[in-house]
Design a binder for this molecule. Structure first.
Ligand SMILES: O=C(O)CCC(=O)C(=O)O
Length: 291
């Protein structure tokens, strides 16, 4: 990760995000982080759990395509990343100091899995701007290898996803370590891998607590439970990076989120509730489905 003397997200990048609904950041995670994260994901692949997805493709092979609840997988590197000043500063700059983490997961594309991600919005909430998905790329992505396609400005549109998905899109190429932030309302999709063996992306989803509750996207109970993950993750980061600058959490009610030093019990208390996130918004075309 870059030194903390460098702004993790610049005001120009925030402006670009607000206007277009996505922004590719200048900062990147280091090779050391990439290797640790890939190794942890590989161990999860070798013993998948109930929050993961393995599919069987037309070629008859099984492919590991999704891993959920990353901070609760006995792989502390994900909670460390969640608690890093880089990730939390990005969330704060866009969502505001009351941001909370909704979910964190990995999307793994493999050559041969034939699993495109169809056009969708992650959440169809009332207003864009204070809701983000931060994608951290562990592999390169380009037009023929699973790069995200986005429809610039679609996060501000009132059109349905069935209309939006027909609008002109742009492809966002990424390098390993690169970070792409998108608004949860932006229309996006991705294709299959044609030549690269894998494209692994870690996703960390955040939203303003006030927006989540005011727009009835999440209950207060959900928001409070997940907000507890922030001080826990900050401690995970601090335990392994004591010499680095720590994130200074500015949440207006942070005093209510005191945690014990038993971080594993804290994680268990958060994740044992198994709360469901809002489903994404896809176009289901009844006419084609009947034809
Ligand atoms: O990683 C991708 O290609 C897109 C994943 C995505 O949009 C999602 O899981 O909601």
């Amino acid at each position: 990760m870059e030194s903390s003397s460098i702004a993790f997200i610049t005001s120009e990048e925030v402006d670009h995000f607000r206007e277009s609904g996505f922004v590719k950041l200048q900062v990147a995670i280091s090779d050391e982080w990439i290797l640790r994260l890939r190794d942890a994901l590989e161990r999860i692949r070798l013993s998948p759990g109930s929050s993961d997805a393995v599919i069987t493709a037309e070629d008859g092979n099984s492919y590991f395509v999704n891993a959920g609840n990353l901070c609760f997988r006995n792989e502390s590197v994900f909670a460390e990343l969640m608690g890093s000043p880089m990730l939390l500063s990005i969330a704060e700059a866009i969502c505001g100091p009351d941001f909370f983490p909704i979910q964190e997961f990995a999307v793994i594309k493999n050559r041969g899995d034939q699993s495109p991600v169809l056009w969708h919005q992650d959440v169809n909430n009332g207003q864009p701007g204070r809701t983000i998905m931060v994608g951290i790329y562990l592999d390169a992505a380009d037009e023929n290898n699973g790069a995200l396609r986005v429809i610039p400005g679609s996060h501000k549109s009132k059109e349905s996803i069935c209309i939006l998905e027909k609008q002109p899109s742009v492809v966002v190429d990424m390098k390993p370590g690169g970070i792409l932030v998108h608004d949860l309302m932006i229309a996006h999709s991705s294709g299959v891998l044609e030549s690269n063996p894998q494209r692994r992306v870690l996703y960390f989803e955040f939203m303003s607590s006030v927006q989540a509750i005011e727009e009835n996207i999440y209950t207060r109970e959900f928001v409070e439970l997940r907000t507890r993950l922030i001080p826990v993750a900050i401690k995970f980061f601090g335990n392994n990076h004591a010499e680095e600058e720590q994130f200074q959490w500015q949440h207006p009610e942070r005093a209510r989120f005191g945690i014990s030093s038993d971080l594993e019990s804290e994680l268990k208390a958060i994740y044992e509730h198994n709360m469901h996130v809002r489903p994404a918004n896809y176009c289901f075309d009844f006419h084609s489905a009947r034809a």
